[in-house]
Design a protein around this ligand. Structure first.
Ligand code: CP
Length: 317
């Protein structure tokens, strides 16, 4: 069972821990959809969100998830906080810690920020996206969605397309999916594909048609212009023409393939706009599963805090 102080990434999560979270999230989802409460699932404690980067889905679903399991949830609005007076990350986090928060959910543009905080505060740290490193809760909700739709990960062909090099979602999905037994292909322009992923066991493909062939799951990723210092491709229209997931491209995948995207979507760039609402698209369901999965993660972390002393809890670095 998942029994950790912090959730920093998916690299070290075991298959058992992953399936434990899928099972609990599935239970949470039933309550979420039925608007019912199971008193056994209700917790007491305090959680705060600390987002140094913008977010719609992750921040709001963590707030909903925390409230759904009974926590007091607050947000430290970075833009109007003492961060603007020059307060350091450590001082901000230590201040929140001194307010007896059980969980701090952090998003930051610098890779490794959650790991630093995990070693320096008493609160449990949940990584809500650190730079280009990891976004574990997104990958966990994505894997939950794949399991619901496909029933198993064994030998499943997952094709992840787009801006892989800047994508924390791609990395967290890769680590989790590899542990779960799926085959992962990364596709995109060579300026956005890290060759290092090949050494870790992924297939690298620069031809989107080739990459999508025989895929059970096609996952588009947002082109992250805000992280691209030099133009990685001539322009967005050119990108869509060569690497966009269109109806024509998607038809090359297996008959019952699903189309995923963590969102926000640049419609008409990484995905043809009409595909977002297509019957094979799971984009909205991923959002619903995000609340359920985050409820499960919060529950397991709060249980672990109750059961063990700080030092006994394992960390993922
Ligand atoms: N998928 C995701 O992380 O979306 P937000 O940036 O809106 O949180």
């Amino acid at each position: 069972m998942f029994n950790r102080k912090d959730l920093l990434g998916t690299k070290d999560l075991t298959k058992d821990e992953l399936f434990d979270l899928f099972k609990l999230a599935n239970q949470m989802k039933k309550h979420l959809l039925d608007r019912t409460v199971n008193n056994e699932l209700i917790l007491t404690g305090n959680m705060t969100t600390l987002f140094y980067e913008n977010s719609t889905r992750t921040k709001h679903s963590f707030t909903a998830a925390g409230q759904n399991v009974g926590l007091n949830v607050s947000d430290l609005a970075v833009g109007t906080s003492s961060v603007k007076k020059g307060e350091s990350l450590y001082d901000t986090a230590a201040t929140i810690d001194a307010m007896c928060m059980d969980i701090i959910v952090i998003r930051h543009s610098s890779s490794g920020t959650p790991h630093f905080l995990a070693n320096n505060v008493q609160a449990s740290i949940i990584n809500a996206g650190d730079g280009i490193n990891e976004h574990p809760t997104q990958a966990l909700l994505d894997c939950m969605t794949i399991l619901e739709k496909k029933g198993s990960f064994d030998g499943l062909n997952v094709c992840i397309t787009g801006d892989i090099i800047h994508s924390r979602v791609a990395k967290s999905n890769f680590y989790a999916l590899k542990t779960l037994g799926a085959n992962i292909t990364f596709a995109g322009p060579n300026t956005l594909l890290p060759k290092s992923m090949k050494k870790l066991g992924a297939t690298i493909c620069y031809d989107i048609k080739e990459a999508v062939k025989n895929a059970d799951v096609v996952m588009g990723l947002r082109v992250q212009l805000e992280r691209q210092k030099n133009g990685a491709f001539p322009d967005l229209r050119e990108y869509h023409r060569h690497f966009g997931i269109t109806e024509e491209i998607f038809r090359l995948a297996k008959k019952n393939a699903i189309l995923m995207h963590p969102a926000p979507v640049n419609r008409g760039v990484e995905i043809q706009s009409c595909m977002v609402e297509a019957p094979f698209s799971t984009i909205k369901e991923q959002v619903t599963n995000g609340v359920a999965m985050r409820m499960a993660i919060i529950k397991r972390i709060m249980e672990a805090r109750k059961k063990s002393t700080q030092n006994e809890l394992r960390r993922i670095i």
